[in-house]
Design a protein around this ligand. Structure first.
Ligand code: ATP
Length: 337
């Protein structure tokens, strides 16, 4: 439904060149909620704005719903954009218009239907987002969550196939965030909408996304289903989900400090006990976490091992043979997401 191929965006400002996107290949299937996670400056907003060509890429291809947007002339592009809704962190509502007036705006601009048909569509949309009784209210009298619902209703007015969400929950508290994410989920499930959202919060991805990609310095460093990425011991997403006990654990705890990943089948605790006995090592458990990911327990154990180096190496090999992945030392490195 959404595809970018070798997408590049360079900005030049004050004689300095910035590569905001450095060859991004993204593929979002129809009906999917897809999250792009990245630190500040990673290029997330640029990517989103390039998908509907609010920003023209320096090179590369953008396809949405089978149409190559990067090859369209201005009139066709305007028509194609009507099938792409967008919501923003700060809602971008017109304060001088009522809630109904805000939702009607895209229909007025595109000249869709009669006034009566537009009113009926607006009423239907407001009902759908749970604001049936707020049609005549002004945005200033609404909560943040209600404003975002108005913005979502407005984005849906022209029956888009794709919704782009630019940090739509970043200005909201935790409960409101959850309710807005639940609404996005409903849009995908009930209307078959494809949703591409950008966020800097792992929890948003975990809560609502089917698939995700991590963007760093304008490049996609990994992508896949959220369940697969979190279950993969070496993924950036998993490193975020299981924060390390210390940035430099060897210095903090002494001994050889290792991080071990395991999934449902392996019994992490029992294996660690066996490791200590079998190889006569002093094993300290620094931290242990298990999270349920896609219905399956996925865990991390952070261990400090003391003993002769050859016995430690043999012990780690034994763990690996028993379904516990010993992560490379740089798994401790802080991942900037
Ligand atoms: N209009 C512009 N002119 C020049 N440089 C820009 C412009 N827009 C973005 N950039 C640069 O491109 C890079 C990516 O910016 P972008 O806003 O896409 O990142 P982001 O991941 O969305 O960050 P944030 O989460 O802080 O919004 C940054 O280095 C930024 O300074």
């Amino acid at each position: 439904m959404i595809e970018t191929i070798a997408l590049r965006k360079e900005y030049s400002a004050d004689g300095r060149q910035t590569t905001a996107l450095d060859g991004v290949d993204l593929s979002v299937a129809a009906g999917e909620v897809y999250g792009v996670l990245g630190a500040s400056g990673a290029g997330k907003s640029t990517l989103l704005r390039c998908v509907n060509l609010l920003e023209r890429p320096t090179s590369g291809t953008v396809r949405v719903a089978g149409e190559e947007l990067t090859a369209l002339g201005p009139a066709d592009l305007r028509a194609a954009r009507r099938r792409i809704g967008m919501i923003f962190q700060h809602f971008n509502l017109l304060s001088s218009r009522t809630v109904a007036g805000n939702v009607a705006l895209p229909l007025e601009i595109s000249g869709t239907g009669t006034r009566r048909e537009r009113s009926a569509r607006v009423a239907e949309l407001l009902e759908y987002v749970g604001l049936g009784d707020k049609a005549e209210a002004y945005p200033a009298t609404l909560s943040g969550g209600q404003r975002q619902r108005v913005a979502i209703a407005r984005a849906l007015a022209d029956h888009p196939r794709v919704l782009l969400s630019d940090e739509a929950t970043s200005a909201l508290d935790a409960d409101t965030t959850r309710s807005i994410l639940a609404l996005l989920r409903r849009l995908a499930g009930e209307l078959g909408l494809t949703i591409l959202l950008i966020t800097h919060e792992l929890d948003v991805v975990r809560e609502v996304c089917d698939s995700a990609a991590v963007l760093a310095a304008g490049r996609l460093v990994e992508s896949g289903t959220v369940a697969d990425l979190l279950a993969r011991p070496d993924s950036v997403l998993a490193a975020q989900a299981f924060a390390p006990v210390a940035a430099d654990p060897a210095a903090a705890y002494g001994g050889r400090v290792v991080r071990v990943a395991f999934t449902g089948q392996a019994d992490g605790q029992a294996a660690v006990g066996e490791l200590a006995r079998r190889y006569e090592l002093d094993v300290r458990l620094l931290a242990g976490t298990v999270q349920t990911i896609a219905g399956q327990p996925v865990g991390r154990l952070d261990l400090a091992l003391d003993g002769p180096a050859d016995r430690i190496d043999a012990g780690l090999a034994w763990l690996a043979d028993h379904g516990l992945a010993v992560l490379p030392d740089d798994a401790w490195a802080e991942v900037a997401v």
